[in-house]
Design a protein around this ligand. Structure first.
Ligand code: MG
Length: 254
């Protein structure tokens, strides 16, 4: 069942989304080669708590064999999502995807971004551009009366046109009182199919894109998802509210 949000609930999600966007600004400024991914995780956790929130992913159960041990998912290079913060150092040339969620006043916000550290080739820059563009094309489809397939189709056709592959094993989702609600929001599909989008529905749209094959596997730690062929990936995500005036991005600064 879809949980449509009342205007006051969207207000709360707006404030949790804005605060999470502030944390993103901070993380983007802080991340650099030579830093441990655990250090970035601690910084993110502190920033979320300073804003009155709780990290949505810390201790999250589901999918993994044990509760997720970090506040941020930090996935490097061929890691797609659910990377666990640890003692590894970020290196010059790493492509780092950071996924973070915040629970505040009863509502979650969820966002992700990918950065390339130091000097990277034009192909990596193009992968990041194509993935980010596909997110915004998908967001434009998030209007009442459209369907989840319109979102998936927008992502997939853009990514395909650039010669990359959409990861199919992981999808976007409804969001609100729970981090993951209905409907599933795939990043591939046919327009005119899937669940109808309605005013008051809040969803996280999150294209994950591989430079090579879309096939993935989960590492032995039970969480980290990697591409089977070792291809570099990118991930961008926003939480959005579907309003009668169209999509409103909640996880960005005004
Ligand atoms: Mg998400």
């Amino acid at each position: 069942m879809l949980r449509l949000k009342a205007p006051w609930e969207i207000d709360r999600m707006r404030s949790s989304g804005r605060r999470l966007a502030e944390v993103v600004v901070l993380l983007r400024e802080a991340i650099q080669p030579g830093m441990k991914s655990r250090e970035l995780d601690r910084l993110g956790e502190a920033a979320i708590r300073e804003r009155g929130g709780v990290p949505s992913f810390l201790g999250y159960r589901g999918g993994g064999s044990r509760p997720f041990p970090g506040s941020l998912c930090i996935s490097v290079n061929h890691e797609v999502v659910h990377g666990i913060p640890d003692e590894r150092l970020f290196l010059d040339g790493d492509v780092v995807s950071i996924d973070l969620g915040m629970h505040l006043d009863g509502y979650h916000a969820d966002t992700a971004f990918t950065v390339a550290l130091g000097a990277v080739g034009p192909k990596v820059a193009d992968l990041l551009d194509a993935t980010r563009e596909s997110l915004y094309m998908a967001i434009a489809q998030a209007v009442p009366g459209n369907r989840t397939g319109d979102i998936g189709c927008a992502v997939e056709s853009h990514v395909d046109s650039r010669g990359y592959s959409v990861i199919r094993d992981y999808v976007g989702h409804g969001i609100g009182k729970n981090l993951h609600e209905e409907p599933a929001v795939p990043n591939h599909g046919r327009s005119g199919t899937g669940v109808f989008l309605e005013t008051g529905l809040c969803i996280a749209i999150e294209p994950m894109v591989s430079m090579g094959s879309h096939r993935t596997k989960v590492e032995r730690n039970g969480w980290t998802v990697v591409t089977r062929d070792g291809s570099t990936t990118a991930h961008f995500e926003h939480t959005i509210a579907i309003t009668e005036n169209g999509p409103e991005i909640l996880t960005k600064l005004p």
